[in-house]
Design a protein around this ligand. Structure first.
Ligand SMILES: Nc1ncnc2c1ncn2[C@@H]1O[C@H](COP(=O)(O)OP(=O)(O)OP(=O)(O)O)[C@@H](O)[C@H]1O
Ligand SMILES: O=C(O)C1=C[C@@H](O)[C@@H](O)[C@H](O)C1
Ligand SMILES: [Mg+2]
Length: 182
């Protein structure tokens, strides 16, 4: 299985709560890849939670950190990377993402909401209408997520293992094998 992607990085994109972190760890295991999460790299390198960064420095500063981290990560190979839900917002991030294979975990708003209802770690959901916020973010970002190489539409009740399995099955249909001159 570790040969499937020939070292090409796999980037998971999608909304908050889509399962990028959860499914990404399973995919990394099956692919024989290392796992990285851009949100975790940011919190570890700054020593601050994402809530804290948003509150103290603002979203724009967080987005800059996110681009910096992505720029560093894409120099490596054999990684499965769970990205932050908003990574798709900056055009420059796509030049990094497209070094690898980009998989969009597309999850209906109802399911996202059920998963995140009790969660206070997503600053953008600290809203009087979190479901409405999820809906408007998804609407705004759908054209961006659609730039992924692969879209996996997640069904209710589908386990992270099942989703990871579907991603692995679909990879050969969209493979990007590095080409070497000569
Ligand atoms: N297939 C699934 N079935 C049930 N629960 C799931 C599934 N995938 C993820 N979850 C749960 O949903 C929550 C959000 O998942 P996760 O943190 O992996 O999402 P994420 O896409 O990484 O979100 P973020 O962009 O905010 O980092 C977690 O509590 C996780 O356990
Ligand atoms: O969807 C988003 O904009 C975000 C998702 C999370 O992964 C974090 O990156 C942060 O909470 C912002
Ligand atoms: Mg995550």
């Amino acid at each position: 299985m570790s040969n499937l992607l020939k070292g090409v990085n796999l980037y998971l994109i999608g909304m908050m709560g889509a399962g990028k972190t959860t499914v990404g760890k399973i995919l990394a295991y099956h692919l024989g890849y290392r796992f990285l999460d851009t949100d975790d790299v940011i919190t570890q390198s700054t020593g601050k939670s994402i809530n804290q960064i948003f509150a103290e420095e603002g979203e724009a500063a967080f987005r800059q950190l996110e681009s910096d981290v992505l720029g560093q990560i894409c120099a490596y190979t054999q990684l499965t990377i769970a990205t932050g839900g908003g990574i798709v917002l900056r055009r420059e991030n796509w030049s990094y993402l497209h070094h690898g294979l980009v998989v969009w975990l597309d999850v209906p708003v109802e399911l996202l909401y059920n998963r995140l209802a009790e969660d206070t770690t997503r600053p953008l959901l600290q809203d009087s209408d979190p479901k409405g916020k999820l809906r408007s973010l998804l609407e705004e970002r759908t054209p961006l997520y659609s730039q992924a190489d692969l879209k996996i539409t997640v069904r209710e009740q589908e386990t992270p293992e099942e989703i990871a399995h579907r991603v692995i099955e679909a990879i050969p249909t969209v493979l990007k094998i590095p080409s070497y001159p000569g």
